[in-house]
Design a protein around this ligand. Structure first.
Ligand code: SAH
Length: 225
């Protein structure tokens, strides 16, 4: 293995956001059970430091959630990878709906893997920043909407997959209705005072549920801000 040494004259900060730093994150995700090479590639290609405040950019490739203002967080990369893997499990999804745009990072990862990504955020200020980031890094297949995600995006339904990146008290049945048969919903749902990441597949008869483990997300709220 070749070990590259940091060039002495490199301005501070640059090293922390370099490809080497990103590749280290990818190795960590691989070590922690993420197997889908397409997902790992998408994470390697995506500049996560563009999705956080500059003051936090040196921490952007740590496997942790980070604050993005207004009481919200950018999800931990491992969780993003796990949820993305679950979405890709429904075959070759063409249309994916995300509830909770936040920084836009999860949407950006999906946009490298799926033809069309629809994302809904209730806080307009966050949505504006996310749109700017999509534009800056040249992602043109993400469609955004300022709305309460409980409503989904009826005019674009049915979706092949829906991903909710805020924790709901109960399964949002209205969103399940916007899934095609065979489609997958991935969401953190409160169960017995804890949040469980659930993967739910819509079937001809109803729904099948799989528990992917414990997670910590900010709550899914109602109304606009
Ligand atoms: N996917 C984001 C994670 C953001 S945190 C990322 O990659 O950065 C969760 C986000 O869900 C927050 O921005 C929060 O405002 C949003 N949210 C919470 N309840 C919502 C609702 N009912 N509709 C839409 N967005 C919601």
């Amino acid at each position: 293995m070749i070990h590259r040494r940091k060039v002495k004259s490199m301005p501070p900060g640059i090293g922390m956001t370099s490809q080497g730093t990103r590749d280290r994150l990818v190795r960590r995700l691989r070590d922690h059970g993420i197997r889908d090479e397409n997902v790992l590639n998408a994470i390697a290609m995506t500049p996560r430091h563009e999705f956080v405040d500059e003051a936090l950019s040196s921490r952007a490739y740590e496997d942790t959630a980070l604050p993005i203002g207004l009481g919200q967080t950018i999800s931990q990369p491992w969780v993003v990878a796990k949820m993305t893997e679950a979405v890709l499990d429904c075959g070759s999804p063409q249309k994916v709906l995300e509830i909770g745009t936040g920084s836009g990072y999860q949407a950006a990862i999906l946009a490298l893997l799926v033809p069309s990504v629809f994302t809904v955020e209730r806080i307009e200020e966050l949505l504006k920043l996310a749109r700017r980031r999509f534009h800056k890094i040249g992602l043109h297949n993400i469609y955004t909407r300022h709305a309460d995600g409980h409503l989904g995006w009826p005019s674009q339904a049915p979706f092949d997959a829906i991903i909710i990146t805020a924790a709901a008290i109960e399964l949002p049945l209205g969103l399940l209705d916007q899934l095609r048969i065979g489609g997958i919903l991935v969401a953190p749902i409160e169960r017995g005072g804890m949040q469980r990441l659930l993967k739910i597949q819509r079937t001809e008869e109803g729904y099948e549920e799989e528990d992917l483990g414990g997670v910590i997300f900010v709550p899914m709220l109602s109304g606009l801000s």
